[in-house]
Design a binder for this molecule. Structure first.
Ligand code: F6P
Length: 358
C-alpha cells in the first residue's frame, strides 16, 4: 500500500473531519501517501480527478473540531443511474472506476452510510477496487455497529433543543413538539427523548394513537403539569399511514412536516396550545462532541490498518467497547431500526413516557 484515497459520501455529519485526520495520521506509520477525493464519488468522475493531497497542515489545527466534511460530499443520486444537469440519466460507474485507476490508488477508504456503502461495494466488485468502509450517519441505522459517526452529536443537539424548549414550554403552559431527523429509524428521537425529559416520543417503528398522546397530556394535567415536550421522528406516519414530505423547487423530496400534523390534531381535540420546532440540519452540522471525535479517531486508525493488512471489502464497526471489522454486506444488509424489545424502549415506558403502541 503506497497510495490511499479517502472520500466522504452521503449526508454529512459531525466527526467526518476527525476521521479524515485520523486516517492521515495512521497512514504515516506505513509511509502511505494519502489523498482526499472531493465531493464523494463525484470527484472521481471529474477530469482531472478532483482531489487534494493531504499533509500535516491540511489535517491539523482545529479541523477535527469542526462539523461537516472539508472534502465535500454528495447524497444526490445513484451513480449507476445519475441524473445530469440536462435531466438525462446516465451510468457513471465506469468513470468512477477509471478515476480510481487514474489516481493509481492501492486502496480507498469510503466514509458513508448504508446507501454509499452499497454503491461502493458494487463499484469495488465491478472495478476490482480495494475498499474499506467507515460507517457514518446521524440516523445510526447501519447494522453490525452499535454506533456510527455523527449519531452521538445529533442526539446531543436534540437534547440541547429540548433543554431550551422546556423553559418556554413551562412559561406558556404549552405542548412543544420537536421534530428530529432519522429517516425511517427512531434512534435519535428515542435517545434524545429520554435524555431530554420528553413526555411523548414517537418513532416510526412503533404505532401510536393521537388519543394515546392526549390521554398522556391529560394525565399530566391531573398532576398539575400544564406543559409538555413531544419528540417526533421525521419518519413517523400519520394515524392513517401517510408519510409527510417536503417537496423542494428542484424536485427533491425529503421527510418533514409530521410535527405540524401532530400539533393540528392535538389542537383540534384539546384546549392545549402547541408549537412546533423542526430541528433539521443543525443535527448534522454541529461540532462533533467528544464521543464522535473518539469514535471517528478509532475507526480511522483501524481502517488504515485493514488496508495495510490487505483486508478489503470490510467495514469497521463498534462492538462491545472496541473496534472490529465485518464484511461490508453485514453493515448494509442488517439495516438497524429500533427494536420494540430493546431496553431503551422499556426505559421510556418505565419513565411514563408515551411511546405509542397503546
Ligand atoms: O440520512 C441522514 C439525513 O440527515 C436524514 O436524517 C434526513 O432525512 C436526510 O438525511 C436529509 O437529507 P438532505 O441533507 O438531503 O436534506
Amino acid at each position: 500500500m503506497r497510495k490511499i484515497g479517502i472520500l466522504t459520501s452521503g449526508g454529512d455529519c459531525a466527526g467526518l473531519n476527525a476521521a479524515i485526520r485520523s486516517i492521515f495520521y495512521r497512514a504515516q506509520k506505513y509511509e502511505m501517501e494519502v489523498i482526499g477525493i472531493k465531493d464523494g464519488s463525484l470527484g472521481l468522475t471529474k477530469r482531472p480527478v478532483d482531489f487534494i493531497e493531504l499533509n500535516y497542515p491540511t489535517v491539523s489545527g482545529s479541523l477535527f473540531r469542526e462539523g461537516g466534511t472539508f472534502l465535500g460530499t454528495t447524497n444526490r443520486g445513484d451513480p449507476f443511474n445519475f441524473k445530469g444537469d440536462d435531466g438525462k440519466y446516465s451510468d457513471l460507474s465506469d468513470k468512477i472506476i477509471e478515476g480510481y485507476k487514474l489516481l493509481k490508488l492501492d486502496g480507498l477508504i469510503v466514509i458513508g452510510g448504508d446507501g454509499s456503502m452499497k454503491i461502493f461495494k458494487k463499484l469495488a466488485d465491478r472495478g476490482k477496487l480495494n475498499i474499506v468502509t467507515i460507517p457514518k450517519t446521524i440516523d445510526n441505522d447501519v447494522g453490525a455497529t452499535e454506533s456510527s459517526i455523527g449519531f452521538n452529536t445529533a442526539v446531543a443537539v436534540a437534547v440541547e433543543a429540548l433543554d431550551n424548549l422546556q423553559a418556554t414550554a413551562a412559561s406558556h403552559h404549552r405542548a412543544m413538539i420537536l421534530e428530529v431527523m432519522g429517516r425511517d429509524a427512531g434512534h435519535i428521537a428515542l435517545n434524545a427523548g429520554i435524555a431530554g425529559g420528553a413526555d411523548v416520543i414517537l418513532i416510526p417503528e412503533l404505532p401510536y394513537a393521537i388519543d394515546g398522546i392526549i390521554k398522556k397530556l391529560n394525565e399530566m394535567k391531573k398532576h398539575n403539569i400544564r406543559h409538555s415536550l413531544i419528540v417526533v421522528a421525521e419518519g413517523v406516519k400519520t394515524e392513517n399511514g401517510e408519510t409527510y414530505m417536503n417537496k423542494y423547487a428542484d424536485g427533491e423530496k425529503r421527510l418533514g412536516g409530521i410535527g405540524d400534523y401532530l400539533a393540528t390534531q392535538i389542537i383540534k381535540k384539546t384546549d392545549i396550545e402547541c408549537r412546533v420546532t423542526t430541528l433539521g440540519h443543525v443535527q448534522r452540522g454541529a461540532r462533533p462532541n467528544a464521543n464522535d471525535r473518539i469514535l471517528a479517531s478509532a475507526f480511522g486508525v483501524y481502517a488504515v490498518d485493514l488496508l495495510a493488512k490487505g483486508k478489503f471489502n470490510r467495514m469497521v464497526a463498534w462492538q462491545n467497547r472496541g473496534v472490529v471489522d465485518v464484511a461490508i454486506e453485514d453493515g448494509i444488509n442488517t439495516y438497524k431500526l429500533v427494536d420494540q424489545n430493546e431496553s431503551l424502549v422499556d426505559t421510556a415506558f418505565a419513565l411514563g413516557i408515551y411511546i405509542g403502541i397503546t
